[in-house]
Design a protein around this ligand. Structure first.
Ligand SMILES: CC(=O)N[C@H](C=O)[C@@H](O)[C@H](O)[C@H](O)COP(=O)(O)O
Length: 228
C-alpha cells in the first residue's frame, strides 16, 4: 500500500499511537513494539508511529494501518531522522510516512530541509512529516514541501516553552495560519481530554505516545500522585 496525500484524509480527526521504548529499557525489542502497535490498532489507532528500522519492519508486518517511521540518532540537536540517509533507510524499512526533524536548524549532512524532502520524494514513495518546534518551523516546512506538519518538537528546541500538556497555543497558531497541510498534534498529550482539546485547537489528527505505550512513565505518574 502506498499512502498518497489524498489517502491521508482517512486519518482526519483520528488517533495515531506512537510506540517507542528507549535505549536500555526492557520493552526495547521490535517484536514487543509490533505487539504494542497491534494492540493499539485493536483499540482504534488509525496509524502507528515507530522509531528504528527493525521496529518499522516488524510493525509493518503486524498492522494494516499506515506506519509513520523515524530513526532517532542521538538525543539532542537534530536527532529525529537527521539526514537524508536516515530518511531513505526509514522509507526502505517500509514506513508510509517518514518523520524527520522539521526545524530550521542546520542538519548534520549539510542538506537543507527542502533538499532532504526532495530527496525522499525522489527516491521513495513515502510522504514526509516535519517534526516542528514552532510556528516558523511549520511555515518553512510546508514551503519546503512537507506533506504533514507536527508539533512534536515544541518545548524541545528552545523556541517554545515546554508546556505540561500539549502546546495548544502553537496548534491554534498553526491552524490559523492555514498552511494547507495536515497538522498533527504531538507531544505531551497525556489524557483523552487533552486529545480532544488538540482536535478542538485545530489539529487534523493526534499522536499519543507515552500515555498509551510507556508503562514506566505511566507507573511513575501514579506513584508520584500517591506520594505527593
Ligand atoms: C521530543 C521527542 O523526542 N519526541 C519523540 C518523537 O518521536 C517521542 O519520544 C515522543 O514519545 C513522541 O513524540 C510522542 O509524544 P508523547 O510521548 O509526549 O505523547
Amino acid at each position: 500500500m502506498i499512502l498518497t496525500p489524498e489517502g491521508l484524509e482517512a486519518l482526519r480527526s483520528q488517533l495515531i499511537v506512537s510506540c517507542q521504548a528507549y535505549p536500555g529499557e526492557p520493552m526495547r525489542d521490535p517484536r514487543t513494539t509490533a505487539q504494542v502497535a497491534a494492540s493499539a490498532v485493536i483499540g482504534g489507532a488509525a496509524a502507528i508511529r515507530v522509531q528504528g528500522l527493525a521496529d518499522i519492519q516488524f510493525t509493518r508486518a503486524a498492522v494494516e494501518v499506515p506506519v509513520i517511521g523515524l530513526w532517532k540518532d542521538g538525543h539532542d540537536g537534530v536527532f529525529i531522522t537527521p539526514t537524508l540517509r536516515h530518511a531513505l533507510a526509514v522509507a526502505n524499512a517500509g514506513a508510509h510516512v517518514v518523520a524527520i526533524d522539521g526545524t530550521r536548524r542546520p542538519r548534520p549532512d549539510g542538506l537543507s530541509f527542502a533538499e532532504t524532502v526532495a530527496g525522499i520524494h525522489a527516491e521513495s514513495h513515502a510522504l514526509v512529516m516535519a517534526d516542528c518546534g514552532s510556528f516558523d518551523d511549520a511555515l518553512a516546512a510546508v514551503d519546503a514541501g512537507a506533506d504533514l506538519v507536527g508539533t512534536t518538537l515544541s518545548g524541545y528546541t528552545g523556541e517554545r516553552h515546554k508546556t505540561d500538556g500539549p502546546d495548544l497555543e502553537l496548534l491554534e497558531q498553526i491552524a490559523a495560519g492555514g498552511l494547507g497541510k495536515p497538522l498533527i498534534a504531538e507531544g505531551r498529550i497525556h489524557t483523552p481530554a487533552q486529545a480532544r482539546q488538540a482536535l478542538d485547537a485545530g489539529a487534523f489528527a493526534v499522536v499519543v505516545g507515552t500515555a498509551i505505550t510507556h508503562p514506566a512513565s505511566i507507573t511513575g505518574w501514579f506513584k508520584g500522585a500517591m506520594h505527593a
